[in-house]
Design a protein. Structure first.
Ligand code: ZN
Length: 499
């Protein structure tokens, strides 16, 4: 067997095990009975260990080394070259981490998460503090093992947004912060129209909501013959193969907008996964480029499309028809204003489009400094409070609504937060490029979503990891990632809403 075919065979084995693992996680969140947790954790640990073994065995018989040499010599090109380079990237990272370290990290994280949950419930940062200190120390150690050029945070960011540097991320986010802080003040200085205070609360039977959400997801193109929609406390998307992609959403009886937002967001992730080329399954060519690019797909559908007027010009009559009591007397214009209210708040997951990224910037600035060692864990609550006051203009009432609100740090996810904002920036940049080629507004108003979905498929989904995120955004939009398109999008939309 040729070395490249041998590598593909080994990768496919890993992909099959990973699909099984993903199915176990899916079941755990969606169907597993309460008492199943402990035994499930053992099955997951067993399978995770097996996958790790297969990963570190990728270079047995020097298969990978030989292929990397062929790439260097220029004898291996095109898609095969991408497979080798991207596999080598994962392999190198995995190989550099000693097994004892991986075990220590896994154990610490699993204990820290339950301590964090208690600390948050009791609003007690001191309880979580020693655990966060241990995790920060371990993450700094991880950065040393993996290696970095300028900042240890580089090594952590790279796991989620390959090739993005701390310096570049800091520059992009700093530009965005300057804009957002002043733009928020501008919006707040304009009086709030009565229609923006309109409440959309009513009673929405869950069965009816489910019907509406399924129609929504399938009309924008989520293929229900290759996908499933279920419920869970924290909505998420998972995939076993481009032909089996699943996501969850969450329903509240008094609020349908919440479920609609989650559904469109996750369907956006799902469309990306369904759009990956099935013929390359198992290789990096059928994997998403980065978390930032993944998030761009969910946020473009959720916000730029799903909270736009043309989109609701098409869907609002349907919503009214299904829920006449709640929406019968509310005009499209009033509905549109109500779903696009801008109000600074303390909780990230409930933030609007304008203030959301300030929440992320606060987390990025703090975690970067923790990893670089320029601030200490014990200072986090106070730094958090002062940044929230400075950027959002509001006061943090307690740590449960401050530094303890997110699960990420207890799960060891340092370097993850900025990808949420990169997602918004990529989305705006891709969307502007799409608008140069397609009459997007007119298509959305007619409910003709096919051309939009196909554009995303052709330019983004179908490539898998063929291009790095940096190369992809340049290829599709002609520019490196920047905050200008997102700022322009917000200005146009919200100056019109608050005129
Ligand atoms: Zn998402």
């Amino acid at each position: 067997m040729k070395p490249i075919d041998e590598l593909k065979r080994r990768l496919l084995e890993i992909a099959h095990l990973s699909s099984a693992l993903a199915l176990l996680h899916w079941d755990q969140e969606v169907h597993m009975p309460k008492k199943g947790g402990a035994s499930r954790a053992l099955v997951i640990a067993e399978l995770t260990g097996l996958i790790h073994q297969k990963l570190v065995a990728l270079d047995v018989d020097r298969v990978l080394t030989k292929l990397q040499l062929a790439v260097k010599k220029g004898t291996l090109k095109g898609k095969d070259k991408v497979i080798v380079l991207e596999t080598a990237r994962t392999f190198e990272r995995e190989r550099k981490l000693p097994e004892a370290f991986v075990r220590d990290m896994a154990e610490t994280i699993s204990k820290a998460q339950s301590v964090w949950a208690t600390a948050r419930a009791q609003n007690n940062f001191t309880l979580f503090r020693p655990w966060l200190e241990k995790i920060v120390a371990l993450k700094r150690k991880e950065a040393t093992y993996v290696g970095y050029r300028a900042s240890p945070y580089d090594a952590l960011l790279d796991a989620f947004e390959p090739d993005m540097t701390t310096q570049e991320a800091a520059r992009i986010l700093h530009d965005l912060k300057d804009f957002l802080v002043s733009f928020l003040k501008e919006l707040q200085s304009r009086p709030q129209a009565a229609k923006q205070r309109l409440s959309l609360k009513a009673t929405f039977p869950i069965a009816e909501q489910k019907k509406f959400n399924a129609v929504l997801a399938s009309e924008i193109g989520f293929d229900l013959a290759a996908g499933v929609i279920e419920e869970s406390t924290h909505p998420f998307t998972t995939n076993f193969h481009p032909h089996d992609v699943r996501f969850t959403t969450r329903y509240r009886t008094d609020d349908i907008i919440h479920a609609i937002g989650s559904t469109i967001h996750e369907a956006g992730h799902g469309l990306y996964e369904q759009g990956l080329p099935a013929e390359h399954f198992g290789t990096p060519l059928a994997e998403a480029v980065s978390l930032g690019v993944h998030e761009s797909q969910s946020r473009m559908w959720e916000n730029m499309i799903g909270k736009s007027k043309p989109f609701w010009r098409y869907f609002y009559p349907k919503l009214k028809k299904q829920f006449p009591e709640a929406f019968g007397k509310i005009t499209l214009e009033d509905f549109y204003h109500a779903i696009n209210r801008v109000t600074p708040s303390l909780i990230r997951t409930e933030a609007d489009e304008v203030t959301y990224n300030l929440h992320i910037i606060i987390r990025f600035e703090i975690e970067k400094e923790l990893i670089e060692g320029s601030i200490a864990v014990r200072d986090v609550p106070l730094i958090w409070q002062s940044k929230v006051k400075e950027y959002l203009g509001i006061s943090v009432k307690d740590d449960a609504h401050g530094a303890l609100q997110d699960v990420h740090w207890s799960a060891g996810l340092f370097g993850y937060f900025p990808t949420y904002t990169f997602g918004n920036l990529y989305a705006a940049q891709f969307f502007a490029a799409m608008e140069r080629e397609l009459p997007v507004t007119a298509l959305l108003a007619k409910g003709t979503f096919g051309p939009v979905r196909e554009w995303l498929r052709k330019h983004i989904h179908s490539h898998g990891k063929r291009y790095t995120a940096g190369a992809l955004v340049k290829k599709v939009t002609g520019e490196p990632l920047n905050s200008r398109y997102f700022a322009d999008y917000l200005k146009k939309k919200y100056r019109d809403i608050k005129k």
